[in-house]
Design a protein around this ligand. Structure first.
Ligand code: ADP
Ligand code: MG
Length: 699
């Protein structure tokens, strides 16, 4: 890329000595996260310009940046085809054309015939041979810098020279001492921190710009390693912190409740479910808190696993709280878990924000008195008024839907409950459940402090959902599909398009679609469900659908999470091109839950952009949640998976989860060794890389 030309006047200004860092500039630095000298030190270039060499004009090749010196043979202002300044220089090896489409009078003087000039810019093939458009011009013969010129990520109104100056200064004052123990540094064969930093800010002349920009240079490896190591270390500390906390051991010496639960089920558990139940069961017997993620694709049967975990806690005399992200889902859990556990003598209570005052008071009393064994609810469960006298286990369903604050709050909950009645603080065990598979590299990094149980198997007898891509223009076809299914006694979902710009518009779309479908199918009951309905209305809509009274349910994405109606085997998603891959997968997971063949129709409006086409293609090609997650990571980066862990800051600035997996492995091993053998280095390293960010990683 060529650097835009700057008028010499500007050049003169920016080369004046540094001004005092006044507060507008400080504010700009802050926007880049630059406050302490140590922040500036690890603000690293995105690319470099090589001003260290003068090349022969004969070596100029299109597409490459070059710096040459030569004598101006000729220059003139041409008026056609448009007004422009052109010049020709020569250094004896060849000629080079220069061209300016905008120019100042003094630029014209700079290239008067006979002058010796130094010229830098990107060469391209012009009509009369090689040329540079808008080259940077200085006087020939001045001293050359002996390092490559760094170009930093910056923000509006903050010039490169200002950044360079500030970073240069911080390199003189900041602590650049080594944070890795000597033997480790030697065995890793990485450069020291100081060397790596110096090289990256000012690479010596002759160093390969390509290697630096592609970040394959050992100095870059060192920085990425440091960053990943810091992350591994904070996760290790979080884990150690957790191990040092106390939790009630839940041995369930009397396993009668679990036996009864198993005996009452109308189906046999899958091997994957059995394994998950065993792993969780073992964790619960320990006297430090479990932090386990139960991860299984939509429909893999996570709820029953949660029921077994609950049974173990309850049999050990401890309460269980299950939290779901939506009222609908909480209610569904209440019905399901109630049906499984209530007959076995478990007191199941439910608590949401929308309960009537009297019901709410009764629920709160049952919880506080300890009568309620299993409490199911929404965020309302973490409100101040809810007191659990003997909380043993907290289960979070669809964990990626919850924010950091809520998770931290939940942790505190257990803390409070116990400090109230004894000196030894106890935390509840924590089980989180998610249908979003975490790709391997993420599991090794951002989620490395969690234990994970994976359910990679669906209950038997499910036929994979058939996915059809149908253009919006063929609406009639879709209507007859719906008609056919409902005739055959089945039910269908109709998901309205996402309107990201406006919630009101989204609502309107749902209402319009409902009216239109009601008119199109006079012999059917068409239901409607959207986020703005009261929870009672939503429940009514959902109940009608679950009981089979409603044939076709028009809904916004409120149904995305967890809804389970086995008789629904057709899903229509309008404007599927507007949804993300993970979301489409979740939506599609609502069908294919009973026997029989299910179909998911992705309606789209062309023409499709490349990204949307890839997404729909992925949906068409696979129903495997892991494969979908992998492609999603490829298309969109890790943000989607992190949910609660996102800090708003860039999570990893230099390392790349996809291409640096070998460095992740190294950093993992090194973190374990450092935790064991070099505790002082651990803190020094974290101080440099994680200032003020540990709390977030622990959430
Ligand atoms: P998810 O993992 O998406 O939360 P659910 O727990 O809602 O899945 O289970 C999906 C459906 O599969 C439910 O109707 C559930 O009763 C049923 N189910 C769960 N386990 C089995 C099994 N082992 N065999 C048959 N059906 C099962
Ligand atoms: Mg579920």
């Amino acid at each position: 890329m060529s650097t835009p030309v700057k008028a010499p006047k500007e050049n003169r200004q920016t080369s004046q000595p540094a001004g005092r860092a006044d507060s507008p500039q400080e504010r700009k630095f802050k926007r880049l996260g630059l406050v302490e000298p140590s922040d500036f030190v690890v603000h690293l270039p995105i690319r470099y310009e090589d001003e260290t060499r003068i090349s022969a004009i004969s070596s100029a090749a299109p597409g490459q940046a070059i710096q040459v010196e030569g004598e101006v043979l000729h220059s003139e202002v041409q008026l056609r085809p448009r007004r422009q300044l052109v010049a020709v220089i020569s250094d004896g090896t060849g000629r080079l054309n220069l061209r300016w489409l905008h120019f100042y009078p003094n630029q014209r003087r700079q290239v008067e015939t006979g002058r010796h000039i130094r010229v830098r810019g990107e060469v391209r093939a012009g009509f009369n041979g090689c040329e540079i458009v808008h080259p940077r011009v200085t006087v020939a013969g001045t001293a050359l810098p002996n390092a490559l010129t760094p170009v930093y990520p910056t923000t509006d109104g903050l010039s490169q020279p200002a950044l360079r100056r500030a970073i240069g200064q911080s390199l003189l004052t900041a602590d650049l001492s080594e944070s890795l123990p000597d033997p480790m540094l030697r065995s890793l064969a990485l450069p020291s921190f100081k060397d790596a930093i110096r090289i990256l800010h000012a690479p010596p002349a002759g160093m390969s710009v390509h290697e630096l920009v592609e970040r394959g240079h050992p100095a870059w490896r060192r920085i990425k390693f440091d960053e990943l190591l810091a992350q591994q270390l904070s996760l290790a500390l979080a884990r150690r912190h957790r191990r040092s906390q106390r939790a009630p051991a839940l041995p369930a010496a009397d396993a009668e409740l679990q036996h009864q639960l198993r005996a009452s089920l109308p189906f046999a558990l899958t091997a994957a479910q059995e394994r998950a139940i065993r792993e969780i069961s073992a964790d619960l017997t320990r006297d430090y808190p479990m932090h386990r993620l139960l991860q299984g694709d939509v429909g893999s049967g996570k709820t029953i696993v949660a029921a077994f975990a609950s049974a173990q806690s309850i049999a050990s005399g401890r309460q269980v709280a299950i939290m779901a992200p939506t009222e609908i889902l909480a209610e569904q859990h209440f019905n399901k878990l109630g049906a499984w556990l209530q007959p076995l003598g478990v007191n199941v209570t439910w608590l949401t924000g929308k309960l009537a005052v009297r019901q709410r008071r009764a629920a709160l009393e049952a919880i506080a008195s300890g009568d309620a064994d299993l409490v199911i609810g929404t965020q309302a469960l973490i409100q101040d008024k809810v007191q659990f006298p003997r909380l043993g286990l907290v289960i979070l369903d669809e964990q990626h839907r919850f924010g950091v604050a809520q998770r931290l709050e939940l942790n505190r909950k257990g803390d409070e409950a116990e400090t109230a009645n004894q000196e030894q603080r106890q935390m509840p065990h924590q089980l989180t459940m998610s249908a979003t598979p975490i790709p391997r590299t993420l599991a090794m990094t951002f989620f490395a402090d969690l234990d994970v149980s994976v359910m990679d198997e669906l209950p038997p007898g499910r036929t994979p959902v058939i996915t059809k891509l149908i253009s919006d223009a063929r609406r009639e076809e879709v209507l007859s599909l719906v008609h056919g299914e409902v005739r055959a006694g089945r039910q269908a979902y109709w998901v309205c398009p996402l309107v990201e710009e406006s919630e009101a518009l989204q609502l309107q779309t749902a209402v319009d679609t409902h009216a239109w479908l009601t008119a199109a199918f006079p012999d059917m009951v068409v239901g409607l469900m959207h986020g703005r309905m009261s929870s009672a209305e939503k429940q009514e809509a959902m109940d009608g659908f679950r009981q089979g009274n409603v044939h076709l349910l028009v809904a916004t994405t409120v149904i995305e999470v967890g809804v389970d109606v086995p008789n629904a085997n057709l899903m229509i998603i309008e404007h599927a091109e507007r949804f993300g891959l993970a979301q489409l997968h979740q939506l599609r997971g609502r069908v294919g839950r009973g026997g029989g063949q299910s179909v998911c129709v992705l309606m789209y409006q062309g023409p499709l952009g490349a990204v949307a086409r890839d997404r729909l293609k992925a949906m068409y090609e696979t129903t495997d949640g892991f494969e979908i997650a992998r492609r999603d990571l490829e298309q969109r980066g890790p943000g989607e998976f992190l949910g609660m862990r996102q800090s708003g800051q860039e999570l990893l600035r230099y390392a790349d989860l996809q291409s640096d997996s070998d460095i992740i492995e190294q950093a993992r091993a090194a973190a374990a060794e450092m935790m064991d053998a070099y505790p002082d280095h651990v803190y020094r390293h974290l101080e440099r890389w994680m200032r003020g960010r540990q709390e977030l990683l622990r959430s």
